[in-house]
Design a binder for this molecule. Sequence first.
Ligand SMILES: *[C@@H]1O[C@H](CO)[C@@H](O)[C@H](O)[C@H]1NC(C)=O
Ligand SMILES: *[C@@H]1O[C@H](CO)[C@@H](O)[C@H](O)[C@H]1NC(C)=O
Ligand SMILES: *[C@@H]1O[C@H](CO)[C@@H](O)[C@H](O)[C@H]1NC(C)=O
Ligand SMILES: *[C@@H]1O[C@H](CO)[C@@H](O)[C@H](O)[C@H]1NC(C)=O
Ligand SMILES: *[C@@H]1O[C@H](CO)[C@@H](O)[C@H](O)[C@H]1NC(C)=O
Length: 705
Amino acid sequence: MSVSLRILALIGLAAQNAAWPQDPVPRLHVKLREVIGQRFLGNESHVEHFKLLERSTTSILIGARNAIYNISLHDLTEIIDQRLQWPSSGAHRELCYLKGGSEDDCQNYIRVFGREGPDRFLICGTNAFKPFCWPFQIKNGTYVKENGMDGLGLCPYDPQHNSTAVFVDGQLYAATVAYFSGGDPLIHRDGIRTERSDLNQLNGPNFVSSFAYEDYVFFFYRETAVEYMNCGKAVYSRVGRVCQHDKGGPHAFNDRWTSFLKARLNCSIPDEYPFYFNEIQSTSDVTEGLYGGERSRLVYGVFTTPVNSIGGSAVCAFNMSSILEVFQGAFKEQETINSNWLRVLPEKVPLPRPGSCVNDSRTLPDVTVNFVKAHPLMDEAVQSHFALPVITKVSFNYRFTKVAVDPQVKALDGKLYDILYIGTDDGRVLKALNTLAPDTTSDVGQVIVSDVQVLKHGQAVKDLLVVHLAGEASKLVVFADSEIRAVPLHHCDLPTASTCMSCVALQDPHCAWDAITNRCVAVPTKLHDNAADQTLFQDIVAGKHKGCGYEQEMAKPVLPAVLPEIGRGELPDERDNEIVIELDRENQYSRTQPRANEPQGVIVTPVVYSAQTLTGALIGTCFFSLLAGFASGFWFSQRLRGTPYPDPPEQRQQLNRLTESSESPGFNNKSINLVLNVPPKNPNGKNANSSAENKPVQKVKKTYI
Ligand SMILES: *[C@@H]1O[C@H](CO)[C@@H](O)[C@H](O)[C@H]1NC(C)=O
Ligand SMILES: *[C@@H]1O[C@H](CO)[C@@H](O)[C@H](O)[C@H]1NC(C)=O
Ligand SMILES: *[C@@H]1O[C@H](CO)[C@@H](O)[C@H](O)[C@H]1NC(C)=O
Ligand SMILES: *[C@@H]1O[C@H](CO)[C@@H](O)[C@H](O)[C@H]1NC(C)=O
Ligand SMILES: *[C@@H]1O[C@H](CO)[C@@H](O)[C@H](O)[C@H]1NC(C)=O
């Protein structure tokens, strides 16, 4: 009976495993203590809430608490005499304390920056719960303040609020809140805004990014879905847009957009019942390149599952022309409050087409303006450019927060790959790529080259910037609330990549095995013509090169951190799991001593294992104990049959003892429960995280390794 139970559990696991794509396993793990690089900490006596405001060739402007820092990209040091100080006035701070704000709330966090010319710019700060903007002029190297203005609806009240703003043609487009409790969300530009408390337009949005593209300004955000008709509520990801030349509507609509439209973004794993990553967290810049042989402009986005469910993250790519196309398609509507949301028939759409950009929107007929106000939602979702997410990851430890792209990096095979750097909420940066991107858009080859613990204390990665400086090694700048760090773009020279096979297995366009010096070297990816170079070995798609002499290499012990390629559908190698756990321990260790002013948002979680670790360990154990149980049973049945006068009680006792000890210690009722409780089917975050539940697995692993 117990055997059939085990088999049932195994079948259950296998079925659950099949529903999820095989997560790519990082080829290389780099620990915090191995991370070299430059740092900028700002004023360490408080949390700065760094925000990247502007990037120029060799410097970046960083918004912080009561200050803007001008930081050199060469070494991440502050440029002397370039700090702009702007604390809130005493009166504003007093008022803020009266409203119940804390010492940290009642400061001025600078969030918004717009350049109006080489020596003129506008900055906005939270200003102790009274958002305010100042235009500045640079005169003879000093900053001169001009007349300030109210920052309501341009800048959030709270540095943590999910707002976005972009400066286009001298005008600031902002998506934020116009009320300090977070009520009245809006998308706004100089006197024109979205409708107040109209849930069809904006419904509890969290804005993540915005940029100008063609005649439009695009906003990316997530919000409660009005069109979701099942019980409960759902959050969907959106792309919204307005026309840059929207002048507001006629008559009473003169302060409302006539061009605000939005569409759902579909980042999902295709299946009979697709699995959706519904909550957008960030987007990259628009990158142009060759994908599946066609030139396209893509924007990459980070999407996750809801916080209270299993920790799934994905990066999906969207083609800008598919986004534009969806906005040319059908609208969606709900005729009465209880009816379903359906596509609006084309004959019911007035002319001129609602939401299209016109020279003077104030001359639009009322019917068009009324239609767009009542139908901001498009019927179709924007589908991701590749058939699948570019990267997916299931983890109890972390979720993705941010993606930055080093576009169209040339590998030795002459093909161009977008290299993705993905930040997580526990301070890692994953380097990943889609190895099939140059050849097809109907499949993806998910590869994670490296997993680098860049930040201490499990701080979340808030922003990422890829920096190429003339005559210097390129770097990745990683932003956290209280720290800015620069790290190398590649780790070809780490000892873990010191064999030909492990170097090629990285599948990293930045690294190749140099057969002359016998080293894993960084190859210049931008301007090289050495595709014909016979002494550099690299293979992006398979991670194997015949030049490495495989048979010979295989005989040597393989270094644990670098794996031969693991195909989709195969079980992860036990060695990965071991590395993952090692990293997690270190993480937990470092989280026990947080900085005094650690941001409130950081949650200290117990050591937990990834879904792969769990399933790998469990299947391994089940299989092992099945085999062991069968072997010992068989052995004893043979022995007993052969014994002429068995001594029943003693024999039985011995039998019991032996079968017990031949069982793996982890295989008890508890681990069966664990098998049956394993998410994804029953995503109960609390249970999955409880360390008590995980203990047997750890034991199991030890016996197995
Ligand atoms: C750091 O901030 C504190 C206030 O929080 C201030 O008193 C101190 O002067 C600042 N230090 C520097 C170096 O700016
Ligand atoms: C930041 O410093 C750089 C280098 O000195 C300078 O060129 C740039 O104008 C500065 N930026 C601002 C906004 O002051
Ligand atoms: C902003 O986004 C972060 C990350 O998705 C989330 O944890 C946080 O709760 C959001 N803030 C608000 C005020 O909703
Ligand atoms: C989202 O994409 C999946 C394929 O990944 C598809 O099956 C599904 O129908 C799409 N959903 C919507 C709402 O477009
Ligand atoms: C819009 O204005 C441009 C020039 O400003 C003009 O060439 C164009 O014909 C106008 N379009 C319409 C539809 O009026």
